[in-house]
Design a protein. Structure first.
Length: 131
């Protein structure tokens, strides 16, 4: 018996945020290959990420820390302080994983901070933990 569309759960939404489009594209392909039912959206700056967070209310955000303008710390703070978005699981990533950066993003509410270049298996494992 088919399930009516209004009863079906919406797909898990994943927002990938990095100022390098090549990285967001690779991550999107990797996530879609592992989870074809996910809705994966890309943003290449913190401002656009803020807009998408407000309109999409993603369940998972894969977020680069170092971006021009609005950086990953501010985006994470916005996500975690919003009534509609605080539930989102933030997976931070950085090429500069020193203790201060990791502690700071976790204080902003990130689930984990992964080191770039990303280990894709580890990223997918963290996404599964967020579910």
């Amino acid at each position: 018996m088919p399930v009516p569309p209004e009863v079906e759960a919406p797909p898990c939404r994943v927002l990938i945020v990095d100022d390098e489009p090549g990285i967001t594209q690779i991550l999107a392909k990797t996530i879609k290959a592992a989870h074809p039912d996910f809705e994966v959206v890309e943003a290449n700056d913190g401002f656009r990420a803020g807009q998408l967070v407000a309109t999409l209310t993603p369940e998972i955000v894969v977020l680069d820390l170092k971006m021009p303008g609005v950086d990953g710390y501010e985006v994470c703070h916005i996500i975690k302080s919003g009534e509609q978005t605080r539930h989102a699981c933030v997976i931070a990533m950085t090429a500069y994983p020193d203790a201060d950066n990791v502690q700071r993003i976790k204080e902003c509410g990130a689930h984990v901070c992964l080191e770039k270049p990303l280990d894709m298996a580890q990223l997918l494992k963290e996404i599964d933990k967020c579910l």
